[in-house]
Every structure is written in C-alpha cells, then in structure tokens.
Design a protein around this ligand. Structure first.
Ligand code: H2B
Length: 96
C-alpha cells in the first residue's frame, strides 16, 4: 500500500507547488481556483477529470459557477501521498 508522506515531506512538497496548503482538519491538501465564468471552470474540471481517470486517482472538489475548490488526499492511505502531489502538480501545470 502507498505510504503517507511525513509532515516534513508534505511541507517540502507543498512548498514546490503553487497555492496549495495543508487542510486544517485532516491530512489533505487544498487549493481554491477562480475562473472568468462557469465555462472556464468546467473546462478546467474536465481536464483534471481526464488526468484523474488516467491516474485512477480522483479529487474531492466543489464548484459554484466560476469557483472550484479542490481537496486531494489518498483514501487508501488516509492521508497525503506522492499521488496527490503528482495530481496537484498537473493541476498547477494547466493553470499556470
Ligand atoms: N482516489 C483517491 N483520491 N484516493 C484513493 O485511494 C483512490 C482514488 N483509490 N481513486 C482508487 C480510486 C481506488 O478506489 C480504485 C479501486 O483504484
């Protein structure tokens, strides 16, 4: 089974990402996004969804119109793993 990152490893990885932070109440990372409108937000979500399906690693997310909040955690490890960092890094790469 994939191992959770230690808090030191997690902090080091978050520092290399853009705008991600540790969730307050659980072992997860999160980032908020704001787009011009729903069309842009949903286009972004579609690109993330395709990557998530390829990786078999899926985001928890919440969308209202042009805003998307994403939380990443690995359910089978009950915490943040390298898979979350990989997906976060992909998400950063399509929002740069
Ligand atoms: N996504 C996330 N975020 N964590 C998981 O542990 C996970 C997943 N497990 N997507 C996958 C699917 C698992 O349920 C399937 C069976 O591979």
């Amino acid at each position: 089974m994939i191992q959770k990152l230690t808090s030191e490893e997690r902090a080091g990885q978050i520092a290399q990402l853009h705008g991600w932070q540790a969730a307050a109440n659980r072992d997860a990372i999160e980032r908020n996004f704001e787009f011009a409108d729903f069309n842009e937000a949903f286009g972004f979500m579609a690109r993330v969804a395709i990557k998530a399906q390829e990786m078999d690693h899926h985001p928890e997310w919440f969308n209202v119109y042009n805003k998307v909040n994403i939380t990443l955690s690995t359910h089978e490890a009950d915490g943040v793993t390298q898979r979350d960092i990989e997906l976060a890094s992909f998400i950063d790469s399509i929002t740069a």
